[in-house]
Design a protein around this ligand. Sequence first.
Ligand SMILES: [Zn+2]
Ligand SMILES: [Zn+2]
Length: 417
Amino acid sequence: MLYCEKAFRSSFHFIHNSRLTYHVRSQPSLFRRLTVSFLQWIDSDYTLESPEAIRAQPDGVNLVRCIPFIVLHLGCLGVLWVGWSWFAVWAAVALYFVRMFFVTGIFHRYFSHKTYSTSRLGQFILALCTGTTVQRGPLWWAYHHRHHHLHSDEPEDAHSPHVHGFLWSHIGWITSKRNFPTDYTKVKDLAKFPELVWLNRFDLVVPLLFAVSLFGLGTWLETATPSLGTSGAQLLVWGFFISTTALFHGTASINSFTHLWGRRRFQTTDDSRNSFILALVTLGEGWHNNHHRYQSATRNGFYWWEVDPTYYTLKVLSWTRFIWGLKPVPQSIYEEAARSAHNDTVQQARQSSVQEEINAFRKVVPTAAAIALATVNSPEVATQLQKKDGPAMHKDVSGQVAAPNPGNAAGPASTDI
Ligand SMILES: [Zn+2]
Ligand SMILES: [Zn+2]
């Protein structure tokens, strides 16, 4: 319904009637393919083939389709021309964290998992906010994330570092042709809202407006408050290009690093992990093993010491009634975590006692060997060993032997008589 209907019907017809004809249709000219890629920058649902056919293809980078993504990274080099100012740098940092909240609190915890509720207008405002993150549409994001949870670290998983390698899980998968379409059948709960579908389809509109707004703000500040030392171009480079590129890699670290680094509290069927450092970088998403164990909770940090700024912000927002119905972590999950912690403690205690014995053994053996060697090689012992006869053999015991009785020439032998 949302891709080129005519082309799809045509392809569908050929699929069922002539494999050769379909092959011809599925291999349009280079010019045609370039045109389609350019059109897809504007309308992400425009395609010559059905989304199912595209998703069935093997992975392969679509360079033309990725040009905006490449430009985003190259735009960071603009800093060589525009320089820096404290205002621009702090704007980039602030926009990173505000938009990271949009990624984690909205893309992830609302659109992907529906861990809280809001009104239809509220939902639309949330969707507009996610547009500034330049991570495509909310339905595309939610579809791919739900797919990840269904097939975590399995061959079907589009960005598993264990299946596809680190680089592909971090950045490669997003450039693959087969990962561009949105499967609307997997996000029916969202696809029933035309305003969300429109934002998903024309996913370049909000990012462009956002970039233009930053440029306009910088231009205005340049004349209104020259003491800030900023300009339109400078705010565009720092606030949009640098901040958005960092935001992409911060978000992508959840796909790559959190399935490689950190601790596993829950024995999930994937290799998700909890990481404090990644929780700081991603405002709470680093508690990925918790999240894989129970995805419906609004919080990813299950305990007070597992820092989760996204949850704190959502909690504050719930006090305003803009959102409501935040979902808690069930008691059964906490009990499972407690059992896991107990088992870990026992395991660590076992390992530590065994390790202690090994360490003690390692210390004792060389020490004993050293003492033995030192003893053998000491001058006193060497002297004693060199003596063939010990002192006792040569001890002059004559003084201790009773003098023979002068009157008894036979000596002691006569006493036996
Ligand atoms: Zn994951
Ligand atoms: Zn998730």
